[in-house]
Write a protein that binds this ligand. Structure first.
Ligand code: TXA
Ligand code: MG
Length: 346
């Protein structure tokens, strides 16, 4: 298949391309769309055949359900059974990086939800995504637009590298603002929330809207063998670079000294803080932002992991982030990429 790559910065200046993308989705095709979190591999969320094509292009197991993307929060009504909590969350955080799991309506096929009787709904804030969803006239089912197991794509280059020739269209909307996938919450029958995946909407922000928010243990911990997570995606190995990734914790000066030594001893690659650059040799360094700039680190992480892998180092070192605010999302992605390998530097 020949993939058409189209650059769109302002949807109001790209009517023909938006129409083309919308029609392609309606006709059962696959279109990669930019969102504020990561790029999504989109197809018609009401068409089982489109869902099958998505799983096949991505190389993803079909029991791992897809998120459906809508252009207005109230459109959730057409595809899921909503409630007051949904609307409270929608008022506070939509459009934006929040996905809400709700009981599904008949119109959403089992192929999209991996056989679950719930569906994950998200209204992205990216203007290009919203224009394409609205033009398509159907919800867009979209997992992250990476080959299964690779870091989620935060630029069109990442998408082209993974999916060129496997999708009809790739819409290049520039670099994603947030860089980590959306926060996922499940609304429980007693109106409390369970946080299934941390993301741009933080635990503290959710607490401002809902009194009881439980953190799913899979976010920080390891699953025991036969345990079934509430969010099926959490059981799969994720974002794993080919080289082993080791996360360092401890006193910052000691860590920098350890890294200096390692640079002389091994072929290592370091995802370093900006303020460490001057203390380290510049060979094999990928700066990911200042120590206190979690937003920048989140934005750069997936791109840095992809770049790190290209060097084929013996080992990749990175800092173990704190779990405050957006740090919890960064921690969750990094600890999974590192298969929970943490080294304390004393
Ligand atoms: O930011 C995002 O959410 C991006 C962009 C493209 O919107 N999408 C994304 O999709 O990250 P994906 O498929 O890579 O991750 C979706 C996660 C999976 O871990 C899946 O198991 C979970 O959402 N999920 C989907 N439907 C679910 C449901 N009904 N119940 C629980 N978890 C669900
Ligand atoms: Mg994904």
């Amino acid at each position: 298949m020949k993939t058409k790559v189209v650059k769109i910065t302002d949807p109001s200046l790209a009517k023909t391309d938006i129409e083309h993308a919308g029609r392609c989705i309606r006709d059962g095709g696959l279109v990669v769309i930019p969102t504020e979190t990561v790029y999504g591999l989109g197809g018609d969320g009401t068409n089982p055949q489109s869902a099958r094509k998505i799983y096949s292009a991505k190389g993803r197991p079909s029991d791992n359900p897809l998120i459906i993307h809508i252009s207005e929060p109230r459109d959730a009504e057409k595809y899921a059974y909503t409630n007051d909590v949904y609307y409270k969350l929608a008022d506070a955080f939509m459009p934006g990086p929040l996905t809400v799991v709700l009981p599904k309506k008949e119109i959403i096929p089992n192929e999209v939800t991996g056989g679950l009787n719930t569906v994950a709904v998200r209204c992205p804030s990216h203007p290009v995504a919203r224009a394409i969803i609205s033009e398509a006239g159907v919800p867009i089912a979209a997992p992250s637009a990476n080959i299964s197991g690779k870091p989620s794509p935060t630029s069109a280059e990442h998408v082209i590298c993974d999916l060129d020739g496997k999708v009809d269209m790739i819409i290049d909307g520039g670099e994603c603002d947030i860089g980590l996938e959306s926060t996922i919450v499940m609304v429980n029958s007693d109106n409390s929330l369970t946080l299934l995946r941390p993301g741009g909407i933080t635990y503290d922000a959710l607490l401002c809207v809902c009194e009881d928010v439980f953190i799913s243990p899979t976010i920080e911990g390891v699953l025991s063998e036969n345990e079934r997570p509430l969010s099926p995606g959490m059981k799969y190995k994720h974002y794993a670079p080919t080289s082993p990734l080791v996360l360092l914790c401890g006193d910052q000066d000691k860590i920098t000294r350890f890294l200096c030594n390692e640079q002389q001893r091994t072929r290592c690659l370091i995802l370093c803080y900006d303020e460490e650059i001057s203390a380290l040799s510049n060979k094999g360094l990928i700066p990911i932002g200042r120590h206190d700039d979690i937003q920048m680190q989140a934005k750069k992480l997936f791109s840095a992991l992809r770049e790190a892998d290209r060097y084929m180092p013996d080992v990749i070192y990175a800092h173990l982030p704190d779990k405050d605010g957006l740090g919890l999302a960064l921690y969750n992605r990094m600890i999974r990429a590192a298969a929970h390998t943490v080294k304390e530097i004393k």
